[in-house]
Design a protein around this ligand. Structure first.
Ligand code: OAD
Length: 259
């Protein structure tokens, strides 16, 4: 690791140790080292599909079976994926902080699998099915979790609600949809009270999530960006750690822990 990065890590670790409250926001980059593809690298396509077709409510109305095939394929891919060193370091950091909130734009559920007890999932969770006809929701990975056996997971092509027989949809936020109110409120509260905010692996261009780092900065928090690429946030951040989350987060955690 470069010497200037070591100095920055020491300073940020000292701030984290002193902080009364820490907020973290993650994006697709935090899962990249687990093998989950990021969005902006995909040339406007999501795993070969147009976003309008598989990532909007209109696409689901037009062709629900296509959308379900797409999400079920993503779920099957995730069965073979495990949380990486960054997810684990963040779960560990939370145990060392007095007040801590982890806000994520990711729907892959990897933070919870690494042991983060209550992540604020701004864009929902791919393992959730919600009913389009009533308030029912269910976890699509319940059997897998209960048995610990990924091959026990079954993902029907056009799942139906056990209560009203309405069509179920993936419990994620699509383009053109509002983020869940409660999640935005919790995220804003966490960001407004934090002394340090880590913004990890996000291109920081999709609002309202991207606005949370600006809110933290405006409230006087020390904002740290962790990303191998520069983003629109880089100029405003108090520190930029240029590198991979799976390398930087364990190094940062080690410094926080060794005092
Ligand atoms: P993006 O794909 O836009 O950005 C991923 C970011 O991660 C980029 O800035 C990369 O440089 C960075 N990155 C890549 N590998 C990394 C690594 N190993 N460590 C750290 N950073 C790394 O993903 P998001 O910003 O999460 O919205 O995208 C935000 C939202 O846009 C998503 O939640 C999704 C998408 O459209 C919805 O689904 C509503």
């Amino acid at each position: 690791m470069e010497p200037h990065l070591q100095g920055k890590l020491d300073e940020i670790a000292a701030r984290l140790r002193k902080a009364s409250s820490v907020a973290v926001m993650t994006g697709a980059g935090v899962s990249a080292e687990s093998g989950v593809p990021t969005f902006r690298d995909a040339g406007g396509l999501w795993e070969g599909h147009r976003i309008e077709d598989v990532g909007t409510p209109e696409g689901f109305t037009r062709d629900p079976l296509l959308v379900w095939r797409f999400y079920n394929a993503r779920r099957r891919n995730l069965l073979d994926v495990a949380p990486n060193a960054a997810h684990h370091a963040l779960a560990n950091l939370e145990r060392r902080c007095r007040d801590f909130a982890l806000i994520t734009q990711n729907v892959d559920g990897l933070h919870a699998r690494a042991g983060t007890p209550n992540p604020i999932e701004l864009h929902g969770n791919i393992w959730l099915n919600t009913c389009t006809g009533c308030t029912h929701y269910e976890w699509a990975d319940a059997t897998w979790r209960a048995t610990g056996n990924p091959s026990a997971a079954s993902f029907p092509d056009d799942p139906r609600c056990p209560k009203c027989a309405g069509r179920l949809r993936p419990g994620v936020v699509w383009f053109g949809e509002m983020l869940p109110d409660w999640a935005v409120r919790r995220a804003e509260q966490a960001v407004c009270r934090c002394d340090v905010m880590l913004v990890i692996g996000t291109s920081a261009v999709v609002y309202p999530a991207a606005g949370l780092a600006h809110l933290a900065a405006a409230r006087g928090a020390f904002v740290v960006e962790i990303n191998p690429q520069r983003t629109p946030l880089s100029k405003e951040a108090d520190a930029v750690l240029s590198g991979k989350a799976g390398e930087i987060m364990p190094a940062l955690l080690q410094r926080v822990a060794s005092s």
